[in-house]
Design a protein around this ligand. Structure first.
Ligand code: ADP
Ligand code: MG
Ligand code: ZN
Length: 629
């Protein structure tokens, strides 16, 4: 049974119990008053006995009765009577009466016996009926609800009963409303895909000269680069319906469900052609068959086979084009890439600075920007950001602007939003004290090395305001998108990362260094190792010694070839250590030489909490000359 169903059942049970209990209370309320009265009397006097109506009359006649309480419309009574043989001790006795007879009342009045008639709190009949019916009604409603749920839920029992006729879980949009204009910064991909629009709009142009229209296009690229958006834009430009579903939705619990979904999807698509089918995360179904941990997955393989069959089955001119997206083309089954299937690959990469600028322009279309805000600067500050990151950035900045009750997005909001996306939420600044000074020295250490080592990116700002995990941060602004990084740049980065620890070391002593440098040191290790194993930048020479890139991965061979001998591994370790040691030595030298400048910078930083790069450099230049970078 499906998980969600079971949950509902579990919920229904306690509800049922509560209803059952209240139903009983309601149902009994009509007769309960005498029992309640009895129990209260019983607790006062344990001797509650019964007597017949006749004996009760005798008691009245002999004057032993002192009080009578009549209940339930005169069918029950509890009397108090004295027993002359037992020192006139008061007894409470229950009597069954034949009904509320006027003679009895008259008699009691005559004898001067105090009596009381208690009206029974009977529930009105209608209410009683409802009380009795609530539970069964709830049960029925619950069952109906369950039945309906399970029918609409694929994989539920309803599904199991009607296997083949799965309700396909794809979405169809008659008009996506997205145009190529909405996708920016991926111009090559756009050019490749513009042709697809023509395939959809004017297939005759191609078929008339005997060209076969391609059936599938594979979009390859990291998450957030706009693959889904591009697919929607194609449909939007061509004005055709957009069928979309995610690869993971094909793979189901039951073998064969995914395959029948594929059949359904293509059937619906054929009915609506020309149209576009978008399969997101195709690697979820399209992995190499019969490989990986645990052998094959029957369901996935069947689904993939069905997909391949369907793709072979329709003709190029049937007006359906399939676009699939993945960020792992390496794991896809080669059968998918064969001509006639996804034979076109379009790569969608993270945008460069120009691309970022145009994406920023797209996403600031409906936003109010400050006149002095320069989107070029924003693009420069955000290397590595994908389209989705940039969209998020503009949105965060707009939220900040609203929160600050400004009427247009300014540089400050953008900067804060960038910081937030890269480094996390801003925390409360530390109060002045030893640890604040230590963090200040640590950050100034990074910043000094970053400024004085020639090949390092310039400092953008230094701050003691915590963000995310970091207690303080030093930001560097990369000059441009760097695709090639030189050995001396890598060394400069290692030294910059070591600057924080070196400053703690020099100012506070060996014994006082803190865990705050943990992250820096991890970075240093990975940079140094890559220099040795990946980039051939050590004494071992230009040999690739990298065996880590072939991750163990379902869908690939389980074992990675280990072509590195123990002896080489040892040499690698030695080289890594050598690089780090040399860098640290140089770093310590620089820090030692600029202790006085550091004291001054730390004083300013502790007071102001944030220093921008300009200010940092101008203070530092009072003490030494700064190399132009
Ligand atoms: P992917 O499918 O590659 O993971 P999406 O297409 O889902 O990425 O992108 C998510 C969002 O990010 C889009 O809805 C859009 O707002 C924004 N976005 C991503 N790439 C771009 C781009 N190149 N141009 C404009 N906006 C983009
Ligand atoms: Mg997507
Ligand atoms: Zn640090």
């Amino acid at each position: 049974m499906n998980q969600r169903l079971r949950l509902i059942l579990l919920w229904l049970l306690p509800i049922g119990m509560v209803v059952l209990i209240s139903w009983q209370i309601l149902g009994n309320s009509g007769t309960s008053s005498i029992n309640q009265a009895n129990t209260s009397i019983a607790s006062r006097n344990s001797a509650v006995s019964r007597m017949s109506y006749g004996r009760f009359m005798d008691y009245i006649n002999s004057g032993r009765v002192t009080a009578v309480d009549i209940y339930d419309g005169g069918t029950n009574a509890v009397i108090e009577a004295i027993d002359p043989e037992l020192d006139n001790r008061v007894q409470r006795i229950r009597v069954d009466l034949p009904g509320l007879a006027p003679e009895l009342i008259n008699k009691l009045k005559e004898e001067g016996i105090s009596f009381d008639i208690h009206q029974a709190k009977t529930t009105p009949p209608a209410l009683g009926l409802i009380g009795n019916l609530i539970f069964p009604i709830l049960l029925i409603v619950g069952l109906v609800f369950l039945a309906r749920r399970s029918n609409s839920m694929p994989g539920g029992p309803g599904q199991a009963m009607q296997f083949g006729k799965t309700k396909a879980r794809f979405a169809m949009e008659a008009d996506t409303g997205v145009k190529f204009d909405d996708v920016a910064g991926v111009n090559e991909a756009k050019q490749d895909l513009e042709e697809v629009v023509t395939f959809l709009k004017q297939p005759e142009r191609f078929t008339s000269v005997g060209a076969k229209i391609p059936r599938g296009v594979l979009l390859v690229g990291p998450p957030g680069t706009g693959k889904t958006l591009l697919a929607k834009a194609i449909a939007g430009e061509a004005g055709v319906p957009f069928f979309s579903l995610s690869g993971s939705e094909f793979v189901e619990m039951f073998v064969g469900v995914g395959a029948s979904r594929v059949r359904d999807l293509f059937k619906r698509a054929k009915e609506n052609s020309p149209c576009l089918i978008f399969i997101d995360e195709i690697d979820a179904v399209g992995r190499q068959r019969g490989a990986g941990i645990g052998g094959g997955n029957d369901e996935r393989e069947q689904t993939l086979n069905q997909l391949l069959t369907e793709m072979d089955g329709f003709e190029g001119n049937s007006g359906i084009i399939i676009i699939a997206a993945t960020n792992r083309p390496d794991v896809l089954d080669s059968a998918l890439m064969r001509p006639g299937r996804f034979d076109r690959q379009v790569s969608v990469e993270a945008p460069d600075i120009k691309g970022r600028l145009s994406i920023l322009e797209v996403h600031s279309r409906n936003k109010k920007l400050d006149n002095v805000l320069s989107l070029e600067d924003v693009a420069r500050r955000t290397p590595g950001f994908t389209g989705a990151d940039l969209a998020n950035l503009m949105n965060e900045a707009a939220i900040l602007t609203a929160r600050r009750r400004k009427d247009c997005i300014g540089t400050a909001e953008i900067d804060d939003a960038v910081d937030r996306i890269i480094a996390g939420m801003e925390g409360q600044p530390l109060t002045d004290g030893r640890s604040k000074r230590l963090i200040a020295y640590h950050e100034v250490g990074h910043a000094i090395i970053g400024t004085l080592v020639k090949d390092h990116d310039p400092v953008q700002k230094v701050t003691l305001i915590p963000r995310g995990q970091a207690k303080g941060l030093t930001w560097f602004s990369p000059d441009e998108d760097q695709t090639l990084v030189s050995k001396s740049q890598l060394k400069a980065r290692i030294m910059g990362a070591l600057g924080g620890r070196a400053a703690e070391d020099v100012i506070f002593g060996h014994g006082e260094v803190t865990t705050g440098a943990g992250g820096d040191i991890q970075q240093v290790a990975s940079m140094a190792r890559q220099m040795v194993t990946k980039f051939g930048m050590s004494n071992l020479g230009p040999i690739s010694l990298d065996n880590s890139s072939q991750e163990v991965f379902i869908g690939r061979d389980l074992m990675t070839r280990n072509d590195i001998s123990d002896a080489i591994a040892k040499q690698i370790d030695n080289q890594v250590r050598l690089i780090v040691k040399e860098c640290y030595k140089e770093t310590l030298q620089i820090i030692n030489k600029h202790k006085i400048a550091m004291d001054k910078l730390v004083d300013i930083l502790v007071e102001k909490e944030t220093m921008d790069g300009e200010e940092f450099r101008s203070v530092l230049s009072e003490f030494c000359s700064i190399p132009a970078s």
